[in-house]
Design a protein. Structure first.
Lengths: 396, 292, 260
């Protein structure tokens, strides 16, 4: 990708596709989409291919699988946002479960008021984004373990609000969510295309997939945009980025807000999919699952976020089944999944830190950028040298 | 006034536990620059081992020793096997590794011990002491808690200040390279540091469980409160961790008493954010926080 | 930890011959950069070998490779019969090689006395391993040698001045009962008067106790005054080896590599 193309990308991300651009802009856009190799075109094609696959799946698989796809969709949305924050910008958050709760509760509160569900979900996302501004502003001053601890406190503390305002937020029991029925036009279209009425489960899965697809598309463009590069620069070398005139604090807050909005959207979809929002649905375990997903999938990559989410969603039934067949009780077998991804998390980190220099560099930079003459972003050789030296030093 | 006194007394005994947990975090942070997010899960696991021992007819004290001993081994094992390989990597890697251990241990505990609530015994009474006709909110068990934490701290101070081993441990934590040049087996010292910290973490797990219910996630709030206490004290300062722990214990006790226990977590969050924004190095520490 | 009965033994010269340090053909790399190429240096008990050269010539890497902080790709480090090539730093230290690193040798969070005690701990272990003290340095001997730090023995080591720190780390190294002393830039940042003082002490110690000293210095002039043998490194290679006096007299070499 050349710089001019990247610069041309700037206005696009963060904004929905222009609904009615002037003819000249429209043709320019079409040209960019058609041109092979431009990020926007690649991402659009990915969106279309993904949509075809998802529709095919939703029509062919069992209702259980359909509901799993809905679950996958909100994990994908949340993880895509988290991977932007952790992988691209280098900030860790153990509190995204709490941000999902903000989105979920907002959605659940607005739906009975008669708002269309999309409006409710989007409002939830905005609410999470506002919380994200506050948390992000505090987070921008912190790093590594401090940030992890602070966001962990968020994950533990925020659900307390649901108990404190039990009248509005339903306390321990939580709020039930009225699931929207498929509207007539959707049912008609579905019948016309597939010859059957859509089930509510299918309808929800379509909503989830739509949100996930749009989020992935927008974030993919954001990754390749100037912002993506700037975020990476901040992650890799704060000092150089600051010397280059970047405003680190604002960039960090922005990354946090974008990922908080994603978490809010995910929370909204979760509220619809599970038909319930309650403190027990937004525990630390949820936040940690998200981190597990982005780490297992490969930090900083949207594909990784999708793959990691798939692991988190599809692994549990798989290993639970295996456990049950091995003679464990259902309750016990259900614990095999977190056991597995806890262990996988550790293994990924150990092997990444030792071997896969790519992962190390992607995640890293934060701690081990000590000096080096004229340290700039391309510093792999220097870094690798230092690492092997360090490894040699502690051999006993 | 009576309520304030009661809240202060129960805050002190809770604070002692937070202090022990924070101390465990600080010991590890000081030597390896890792915040051990698995500390809570490790303490939970060893407490379950103690519970099994009690179920099998052991006395509370034998079970306590078992828990502390297994904490020692668990801490050493985790440092050697999973922390050592990532120690020199990027800062986030050990954080994620300890989270992985956290998730895995919690799942393992549910798998082995069951996920249901179990009650954990206390070696001393749980009803308030009488002062004249007034019923105080301090129980014999609460006094035991405070005493146990105090003894542990005195033992640690004695170890670090007055013994050769303590000197080697501190030297390894402060400057590994120079220590190695002076013949100190730094790798072994770091393992031992983790092991000692895990003992203290196990103790806090046991103490908070006494007379209460345990389940695999019962330590989760303690991770946060202990972390807040440690940060309040500066993460680098054992004395700061203890003072921070007591301060958090008191603060949360007042919040719970006057506003409601559901606000405790939020209060901890607010204290943490306030400390980090106003005095990022904590009240006693010299930690470096990134400049923006 | 003070052992008065040992003090009387201090001046007694050691009976057995000290083991000789052999450094041969060392090659070491820092990642893609080769920092040392087949470096051999002559050393001998009771003599000071000065290793000279410009910044980045590989002097510090040479000491770090001898003491085990850097693993060599090729070559050999031996002390007497013991092969120390690629051994861990704590093993090398235990074998009797005391490395005083440049600048950062003081553990500033500990007190002066605790820094010294760390040296004594190793010294005691080495002495008992050999079946009795060889030189029998005690903490008090060291404090006597450097009265400046004696006054501050209970203070945190970060309150010391540069010269006092240098005395502290040299004293601490002596307490480890070393056969070999590796000194990295002991004159760095010190006033000339202090440098003279420290080098004088060093000279005495070397001869009295048959220490093998490898002295890395930027300050070539002072180093050659105290040293017996001089080695000049450039870009990781040995470019000259000879008696210190001869090196100091070789004007062309001095101009090319030593800058005086």
């Amino acid at each position: 990708m050349t710089d001019t193309e990247a610069a041309a990308d700037v206005p696009t991300p963060g904004r929905p596709q222009p609904s009615g651009p002037p003819a000249s802009r429209w043709s320019a856009l079409v040209a960019r989409v058609r041109r092979p190799g431009t990020p926007l075109g690649r991402h659009l094609r990915g969106l279309v291919i993904g949509a075809v696959i998802v529709i095919a799946l939703l029509e062919l698989v069992s209702p259980f699988r359909v509901s799993q796809i809905t679950t996958l969709s909100y994990y994908v949305v949340a993880c895509a946002g988290l991977t932007l924050l952790t992988g691209i910008n280098g900030q860790i958050s153990l509190g995204h479960g709490a941000l999902m709760a903000v989105g979920g509760y907002t959605t659940a509160l607005l739906l009975p008021a008669g708002l269309p569900f999309l409006v409710a979900i989007l409002t939830g996302a905005v609410a999470a984004g506002i919380v994200g501004i506050i948390v992000g502003a505090a987070a921008a001053k912190l790093h590594g373990p401090y940030l992890a601890g602070a966001t962990l406190a968020l994950a533990v503390g925020l659900p307390g609000l649901a108990l404190a305002f039990a009248d509005t937020l339903g306390g321990e029991q939580g709020l039930t969510v009225d699931v929207p029925r498929p509207p007539a036009w959707f049912a008609d279209a579905h019948f016309f295309l597939f010859g059957s009425d859509p089930s509510t489960t299918q309808y929800l899965a379509y909503i989830g997939a739509l949100v996930a697809g749009l989020v992935l598309f927008l974030l993919a463009n954001l990754h390749t945009s100037r912002y993506g590069r700037v975020w990476r620069a901040v992650r890799d070398d704060e000092v150089a980025a600051e010397l280059a005139g970047l405003r680190l604090g604002r960039l960090r807050v922005l990354a946090f807000v974008v990922s908080a909005v994603c978490a809010g959207l995910a929370g909204g979809v979760l509220a619809l999919a599970t038909r319930l929002v309650a403190p027990s649905g937004f525990t630390i375990v949820l936040s940690l699952s998200l981190i597990a997903a982005v780490v297992i999938g490969g930090l900083g990559s949207l594909t990784g976020a999708v793959l990691g989410s798939a692991v988190i969603v599809f692994l549990p039934p798989l290993v639970t089944g295996l456990g049950a067949r091995a003679g464990l009780s259902d309750v016990q077998a259900a614990e095999l999944a977190p056991l597995t991804y806890g262990l996988v998390l550790v293994l990924v980190m150990i092997f990444a830190a030792d071997g896969a220099a790519g992962l190390v560099r992607r995640l890293g930079g934060r701690l081990r950028r000590r000096q080096g003459p004229g340290t700039g972003p391309p510093r792999s050789g220097h870094d690798a040298a230092q690492e092997s030296d360090d490894a040699a030093r502690r051999t006993s | 006034m009576q309520q304030f006194l009661d809240l202060t007394l129960s805050g002190l005994s809770q604070g002692a536990i937070y202090a022990a947990f924070a101390l465990a975090l600080v010991l590890i942070w000081r030597s390896t620059r890792v915040v051990n997010f698995a500390q809570g899960a490790m303490g939970m696991f060893t407490t379950y081992l103690a519970l099994l021992a009690v179920d099998a007819g052991w006395s509370y004290w034998a079970a306590l020793l078992l828990a502390l001993g297994s904490g020692l081994l668990l801490g050493a094992f985790i440092e050697r096997v999973v922390i050592r390989p990532v120690e020199n990597g990027p800062e986030l890697n050990p954080v994620i590794v300890t989270l992985g251990v956290f998730i895995a241990l919690q799942a393992l505990a549910s798998l082995l011990f069951g996920a249901q609530y179990r009650s954990f015994p206390a070696p001393f009474g749980l009803t308030g002491l009488q002062a004249g006709s007034v019923n105080l909110a301090i129980t014999p068990y609460g006094l035991f808690t405070i005493g146990a934490v105090l003894v542990t701290m005195i033992a640690l101070v004695a170890l670090f200040r007055f013994t050769d081993l303590g000197l080697r441990l501190r030297a390894s934590a402060f400057n590994g390279e120079v220590s190695r040049l002076l013949g100190v087996p730094v790798g072994r010292m770091l393992t031992l540091g983790w092991a000692l910290a895990a003992v203290v973490g196990s103790l806090s797990g046991l103490l908070i469980a006494g007379g209460e219910l345990v389940w695999p996630a019962y330590m989760d709030p303690l991770i946060v409160y202990g972390f807040v206490a440690a940060v309040l004290g500066g993460l680098d300062s054992p004395a700061g961790a203890v003072i921070g722990g007591v301060a958090i214990g008191l603060a949360l006790s007042y919040v719970s008493g006057y506003a409601g226990s559901e606000f405790a977590g939020l209060a901890a969050l607010l204290i943490l954010v306030a400390v980090l924004l106003v005095r990022p190095a904590g009240l006693f520490g010299r930690a470096t926080v990134r400049k923006v | 930890m003070t052992a008065p009965e040992r003090r009387s033994e201090r001046p007694a010269p050691r009976s057995t011959a000290p083991p000789a340090l052999v450094v041969e053909g060392l090659t070491a790399t820092y990642g893609p950069v080769t920092a040392l190429r087949e470096v051999s240096i002559p050393t001998e008990p009771g003599r000071v070998t000065a290793v000279l050269g410009a910044n980045g010539a590989g002097k510090t890497t040479l000491l770090r490779t001898i003491s085990g902080l850097v693993r060599p790709q090729a070559g050999q480090v031996r002390l007497g019969e013991r092969d120390l090539t690629g051994a861990a730093p704590e093993t090398v230290a235990g074998a009797g090689v005391a490395h005083v690193p440049e600048g950062r040798g003081v553990i500033t969070e500990l007190t002066v006395e605790e820094n010294l005690r760390l040296g004594s701990l190793l010294g005691r272990r080495r002495a008992s391993g050999r079946g009795g003290p060889a030189r029998g340095w005690s903490l008090d001997d060291v404090l006597e040698l450097f009265p400046a730090i004696a006054e501050r023995r209970r203070r945190p080591a970060d309150t010391l001045s540069g010269g006092e720190r240098q005395m502290l780390v040299i004293g601490r190294a002596l307490l480890t009962e070393p056969d070999v002393l590796l000194l990295d830039e002991p004159s760095l940042g010190l006033a000339p008067r202090v440098v003279t003082q420290i080098f004088a002490v060093l000279r005495d110690l070397t001869e009295q106790h048959a220490l093998t000293v490898v002295l890395v210095e930027q300050n070539a002039r002072s180093a050659l005054e105290v040293a017996d043998t001089g080695v000049v490194l450039a870009l990781g290679r040995v470019v000259a080896v000879s008696e210190a006096a001869e090196l100091a007299a070789d004007q062309a070499l001095r101009h090319a590599y030593l800058g005086f």
